[in-house]
Design a protein around this ligand. Structure first.
Ligand SMILES: Nc1ncnc2c1ncn2[C@@H]1O[C@H](COP(=O)(O)OP(=O)(O)OP(=O)(O)O)[C@@H](O)[C@H]1O
Ligand SMILES: [Mg+2]
Length: 214
């Protein structure tokens, strides 16, 4: 069965779609079968993947009916090693269903108070989903768009103190992520040895052992 990764936080613009696409590119490059599922009605992921060659070869689903999330994840999971689910930046029902199906939730966090606040909310949603489904749903936070070291250290300490499970890997603010979105590409297509590619690889490597084994 596929490993289901849900990238989620109700804070908009923290990098969910960017990280979902980048991880898809990483695992595809590593020879894995990857399915992407866009549950955001804004469909940024679907537009991104529709522009590129490599990404359009992946299985991509978007579905405006939030109540079909559970069935769609089951379908995608039967023919993939990884199902990566992108969610909306405003916490909707589809996100809650997706979290209920997750083997791991990744919460992107930027170095500001609002991001942290929404990460705490996400943790509560995941805890509720654990109660409903009676199974483990591990989660990790990842710092994205980082710039200055002092504020990064402060945010990281907060994440640790709040038991928000920060990854050691972090993603810097790099224009290649934005370029990739225009080209419909992944960072590793634009530069296999670029720092962005290496950062995404570090994120993936830290996530791989964190998936819950049912
Ligand atoms: N590491 C990064 N470096 C530079 N720009 C980034 C990075 N991550 C994301 N961005 C940019 O930040 C903006 C928001 O990113 P993205 O769309 O991935 O966030 P999101 O969480 O999916 O947003 P939404 O909540 O609207 O779905 C985009 O312009 C994207 O190009
Ligand atoms: Mg998005």
């Amino acid at each position: 069965m596929a490993k289901v990764l849900v990238v989620a936080t109700s804070k908009g613009g923290t990098g969910k779609t960017t990280i979902a696409v980048s991880l898809a590119g990483h695992w595809r490059e590593a020879g894995k079968r990857v399915a992407l599922y866009d549950t955001d009605p804004n469909m940024a992921l679907t537009r991104w993947c529709g522009k590129g060659e490599a990404l359009s070869e992946l299985t991509i689903r978007s579905d405006p009916d939030e109540h079909s999330v559970v069935g769609t994840v089951g379908e995608l999971g039967s023919e993939a090693d990884y199902v990566i689910i992108d969610t909306a930046g405003f916490g909707n029902q589809a996100m809650v269903y997706a979290v209920g199906m997750a083997d791991l939730v990744l919460i992107p966090v930027m170095t500001d108070e609002a991001s942290l606040f929404e990460a705490i909310k996400m943790k509560k949603i995941i805890e509720s989903a654990r109660g409903l489904t009676r199974r483990p749903i591990p989660f990790r936070t990842v710092l994205n768009r980082i710039k200055r070291a002092a504020v990064v250290r402060h945010t990281e300490r907060q994440l640790e103190n709040l038991d928000l499970n920060p990854l050691q890997a972090r993603i810097h603010d790099r224009s290649v992520f934005q370029e990739a979105s225009y080209h419909g590409a992944t960072p590793n297509e634009l530069g296999a040895r670029s720092r962005a590619t290496l950062e995404i690889r570090s994120v993936a490597r830290e996530l791989e052992p964190a998936f819950a084994d049912d």
